[in-house]
Structure formats: structure tokens, C-alpha cells
Ligand binder design. Sequence first.
Ligand code: MRU
Length: 370
Amino acid sequence: MKVDGRDTRPIRLSGDGKTVQVIDQRRLPHEFVVLDLVTVDDVIMAIQEMVVRGAPLIGVTAAYGVFVAALNAEGRSDSFAYFSGECKRIKAARPTAINLIWGVERVTAVVREMRDDAARIDAARVEAGLIAEAEAENCHLIGEYGVEIVEAISRRKKGKTVHILTHCNAGWLACIEYGTATAPMYAAFDRGLDIHIWVDETRPLNQGARLTAWELGKHGIDHTIVTDNAGGHLMQHGMVDLVIVGTDRTTHTGDVANKIGTYLKALAARDNQVPFYVALPSSTFDWELKDGVKDIPIEERDPDEVRYVQGLENGAVKKVMISPPESKAANYAFDVTPARLVTGFITERGICKADAEAIAALFPEKGDCF
Ligand code: MRU
């Protein structure tokens, strides 16, 4: 996507094809900084500290992490064993987004077939690049399908503003291009539909207020940041026509893990008959787990992310404590919205209902798990 007129992606290879470079999302929107990921420790740190975040981007970073592991294994006497151990470490960086495991496995499956270090490095670079391009195209298609939902509401409202609420950042920063939840918004805006986005701030790390607002603003899309708890009120007063969120892992039965607070939005949407859609590429489906509430691993992060807040003061990014120093805090990073509260999924293959049969009909090649 364009940032101030320049094509920008959250991850890329340097010109010589040897270094993985990422936008440091911890510092947006106040500072635009690009970091080099040179070692597997760098890759793991970037995923854990949320330099990169969002399920599809975690998957692509993990894929490029395999490339970094192959580079660093070159010339060692135990190079394949070392490489395999490093890939295992990448897979464990964060627990909830299934794209992490998916990205590592897709690249290692190709690399494993190669006989020497140089061939492994090349194969990993090529496969990671293919994954990045495929995810960009998946998000493009999610936009093409999802925009039909926005168009239908716009027609019903006779062209009046369509108000869409979103949670966290499921934008291009979380993917490669377009985003998942935001792809239909960009497509609608580019087709000239009148839209306005309610952006949940998304405590504790404020991905909505910092990242979604920045992205939408750069594209010229009208948006308003609201506190995480405002959604119910807005829906009760007819101020939300549609909710679209992303997901970190969705079971093939339709249960959706996404940023903490998503479940409460889905409950409010159901109570107020507001359609609640989840946008995702197929890499975010979990084809094994059946019961998302019971079985999806929910990350618990450092409680200090709750006790402190980061912002800009006199031109410098600062962190300040917002709680009594002696108070405990708990930081559950995700929750699970049961399939029964989801109106539908927007995928690269089209829109479907949130149930096992409808998902299976879109992805028949995954047949084994149904
Ligand atoms: O903790 P984060 O910022 O990685 O969580 C991200 C989300 O919850 C997104 O909504 C999700 O990954 C969808 S990204 C297209």
C-alpha cells in the first residue's frame, strides 16, 4: 500500500536479497523505523515483542525466519540439525496465531528436499517470497468479496454513509497488502462508496488507535477512534451497520480467536442485529481443532503492557504507568468468539457461513479433517 506516495510493505528483502527488513510497528504512528532481522533471535524477538504482528504477517515473517535459519546454518558441520532446531524455536515464538506454524512448515517442507546449504537458502528465500505474494493476493480477493457486503448495505441506505466497526489492526500492516478486515474497506472507498470506520482503540497495546487509524488516515478513509467499550453503545443507537474483524486462528468449525475484546463486540452485535463478519485467508484456519473456546491456546503477555501506556510527549515516545504500582494486572491477549455469533467468513474463495459444512464446501481439499 502507499505511504506518502511510496509503495510500502511491512516486510521485505533488502536489495541484495540477503536481509529481512521489517517496519517496527511498536513505534508507529509516531516514528517510521525499519529493522533488519539478521539472526533467528532477531526474528523471534520481532514476533514476540510485536515489531511485527497480526496473523498473516506473523506467518510471512516466520517463513522468512526459515530463510534466516538456512543462511545462518550455512557451512556448519551440523547444518541441517542446526537449521531444524532453529525452525522449531521460531514455531514457538507466539502461541495463538496459527499462521506462525503454517509459515514455518510450508517453507521447511520445501527446504527439506534440498541437498546442500546453498540450495536450502535459495529454496527458503523463494518459498517465503511466494507466501508473501500469495497472502497479498488473498487479501486482495477478500476485499473483492467483502466489498459486496458493504455495497449491499450502501444500496439499502440509499448511498448514505456505511458505518463499519473494527477491532485491533487487521490491516495491511498485519498482512502484506490491503489487510483482511480492512480489505473490503479499502475496496469500498476506492469504488467511491461513502464509508466511515469506528476504530476500537484496542487496549493494552492500542493497535487500533495507533495502527488502524494510521493506515486508514494514509488512505484518506474517514474514521473515528473509540474506546474499546464504546461499541455496545454505538450499536444500540444504530450507529454501526457492520462489524468486520480479523482473526489469529479460526477452527474449521467456525470458532474465532482474535484480539481480546472481539467476543464482547460479537455479543453486542448479536443483541443489536448488526452483522458480524470475520475476514481471513485460508492460512488462518486450524484444520484440526474443533472446539475453539476449549482448545485454542490463548497467549498471556507481560502484565506491564496493561499497567503502562505508550504515547508521544513533546515529540518523544514515552511510556507512563497508569495503575497503582502495587496493583497486579493480567494480560490475556486474545479471546474466542463462538461460531454461533459470527454472521459469516470473508475468505479468498468467497463468503461462507460460520459452520463446518460451509467452510468445508469452500475448502474441499481439506476434506480429511471434516
Ligand atoms: O497481538 P496482535 O496485534 O498480533 O493481534 C492481532 C490481531 O488480533 C488481528 O486482529 C489478527 O491477527 C488479524 S490480522 C489480519
